[in-house]
Design a protein around this ligand. Structure first.
Ligand SMILES: NC(=O)c1ccc[n+]([C@@H]2O[C@H](COP(=O)([O-])OP(=O)(O)OC[C@H]3O[C@@H](n4cnc5c(N)ncnc54)[C@H](O)[C@@H]3O)[C@@H](O)[C@H]2O)c1
Length: 245
């Protein structure tokens, strides 16, 4: 049987890791991209146990040359692209926000999606079954105090999602985004957030908890599936009710 193929950026951790597993469970061949020299060994093993395969490439999505090279090396058609790699950056009010941090976040979170899509879209099969899913955030729909760059970058991801959906609708490629709320991953864990602030984030979520990476991956997988065959240009919030308030 010919396996469907998915490219996932930021595959080594959190939402990317969980996304790789849910696609592997469905028999997909996984092509993963991240910054480390090697694939996450536990992920590689789990995917193998599921009877699938992870082919890993070290690639900085913010570097156009590395992304172009990645697709040249990939040298195969794919069915799905998941633009997941992203960073949060510091929690600082705008007047004190470091300019280099602002630039870095926009480079990874915006240009990373642009480069991975610009060079990758010609690799998507033209069989009316192709899908791109961008991992945006609730911070792409509403403001996020003290996170000016992150919020700007995720609003841009939502804008790119809608534009790509329009450009490629006739070519059989659907383009959607997920907008997660606070999710229990290394991003939140390593963000140096004070305990009280983190508790406040949970308290401010109507469901009174963080999401799990698997819950975000399930939304990504749905948007890639034929069950979502008439959905394009959509931003699916998976946020425990944050944006319903
Ligand atoms: N965790 C949350 O609360 C949350 C909420 C909303 C949206 N998101 C988004 O989900 C996505 C995944 O985040 P996560 O929570 O799983 O975080 P994570 O830190 O666990 O994983 C992010 C992965 O992306 C990789 N990465 C970072 N910069 C990269 C680059 N330049 N090139 C290639 N890979 C790179 C990291 O090495 C890491 O493996 C991000 O786009 C993030 O903005 C997360």
């Amino acid at each position: 049987m010919i396996k469907r193929k998915v490219v996932i950026s930021g595959v080594n951790s959190g939402i990317g890791y969980a996304t790789a597993l849910i696609f592997a469970k469905d028999g997909y061949q996984i092509f993963g991209v991240d910054l480390a020299d090697e694939a996450n060994s536990s992920l590689k093993l789990k995917i193998k146990t599921l009877g699938s395969d992870l082919v890993y490439y070290k690639c900085d999505v913010a570097n156009s040359q590395e992304v172009r090279q990645f697709y040249e090396n990939l040298n195969t058609e794919i069915d799905v692209l998941v633009n997941n790699a992203g960073i949060l950056g510091p929690r600082v009010k705008t007047e004190d926000y470091p300019i280099d941090a602002f630039d870095k976040i926009l480079d990874i979170n915006i240009k990373g999606v642009f480069y991975m899509t610009k060079f990758g879209i010609t690799h998507l099969k033209k069989d009316a079954n192709g899908a791109i899913i961008n991992v945006a955030s609730v911070a792409g729909l509403v403001g996020m105090t003290n996170h000016i760059a992150y919020s700007a970058s995720k609003h841009a991801v939502v804008g790119m999602t809608k534009t790509l959906a329009l450009e490629y609708a006739k070519k059989g490629i659907r383009v959607n985004a997920v907008c997660p709320g606070f999710t229990d991953t290394a991003m939140v864990e390593t963000a140096n957030l004070e305990k009280e602030y983190k508790e406040g984030l949970k308290y401010g979520t109507p469901m009174k908890r963080f999401g799990e990476a698997e819950e975000i991956a399930a939304g990504i997988f749905y948007l890639a599936s034929t069950n979502a065959s008439f959905i394009t240009g959509h931003c699916l919030t998976i946020d425990g009710g944050i944006t319903a308030q």
